[in-house]
Design a protein around this ligand. Structure first.
Ligand SMILES: C[S@@+](CC[C@H](N)C(=O)[O-])C[C@H]1O[C@@H](n2cnc3c(N)ncnc32)[C@H](O)[C@@H]1O
Length: 258
């Protein structure tokens, strides 16, 4: 009950509602799948063997695509998401994962070999606490929770993301987005979704997402100061396109002091 009250306080408007959650799952899963392939490879290289005694944490788990890949590989998966619509799909997609409705900024981190926040999770200002200070606090918690040679992996939008429009057609749905980068290092996305109902007519839902943008160098310095070895990448590999103003961070907890 307390969690529901908190979620109601974050969500003053629809955020990844039922329609957008379904569209994300159907059309935008490539990033999570690419990230899972890369992270599984990195964990193996670091000497971890998948086991139900080894935990991976997925912050902003969305519809559970990454969680399902990691559970299928043999890891124990825990995750959190602020969208009830996403979580409902995630529980079907990754039934063995332990998934919670809530904000990453409240979620207690268990001992883990990998902690992820994939798909701009840490940019979203849906929880008003989001921002560089919150990212710094989360990085410190992740450093504390990770096993030696564990990894904290996330991507963020950065200044330079730009102002652009996108349109996607899924047959029984259509999604249009206008994304505006502002001078105060925020990105505002106006999204319109049409989904075909049982009677054949289309129903419209509007969402507005606000994202806080972070400078790559600031994040890099902050992670190093927190005790991570840091690698940046343009994407997770695979099929996801390289985007302007977007960066992947792979932060490894060193097993020995520098
Ligand atoms: C672009 S989706 C990515 C979903 C998933 N990680 C993936 O890669 O498929 C962003 C996700 O972040 C979640 N999110 C945003 N802010 C959050 C917060 N403060 N706490 C938990 N989840 C959050 C959204 O609900 C949404 O599911």
């Amino acid at each position: 009950m307390a969690t529901l009250v908190r979620i109601a306080a974050y969500l003053t408007h629809v955020f990844y509602g039922e329609a957008q959650a379904r569209i994300h799952h159907e059309r935008f899963g490539a990033l999570a799948r690419d990230a899972a392939a890369l992270i599984l490879e990195r964990l193996t290289a670091a000497g971890f063997t998948p086991s139900s005694a080894r935990t991976v944490v997925d912050l902003g788990c969305g519809s559970g695509i990454y969680a399902a890949c990691m559970a299928d590989a043999g890891y124990h998966v825990v995750g959190v998401d602020i969208s009830a619509g996403m979580l409902e799909i995630a529980r079907r997609t990754a039934p063995s994962a332990d998934l919670t409705l809530g904000s990453v900024h409240d979620f207690p981190l268990p001992r883990a070999v990998a902690i992820t926040a994939l798909g701009e999770v840490l940019n979203y200002a849906t929880d008003a606490r989001a921002g560089f200070d919150a990212l710094t606090r989360l990085a410190a918690r992740a450093r504390e929770a990770l096993e030696p040679d564990g990894t904290f992996v996330f991507d963020v939008s950065t200044p330079g993301r730009g102002t652009y429009e996108r349109f996607h057609d899924g047959g029984d749905w259509a999604l249009g987005m206008h994304s505006t980068e502002r001078d105060d290092q925020t990105l505002e996305r106006d999204i319109v979704v049409f989904t075909r109902g049982a009677d054949g007519t289309f129903v419209r839902e509007d969402e507005r997402h606000e994202l806080r943008l972070y400078e790559v160098d600031d994040v890099h310095r902050m992670l190093e100061a927190t005790g991570f070895s840091v690698e940046t990448r343009e994407n997770y590999g695979g099929t996801h396109p390289v985007l302007p103003g977007w960066c992947v961070f792979i932060a490894s907890s060193r097993s020995t002091p520098r």
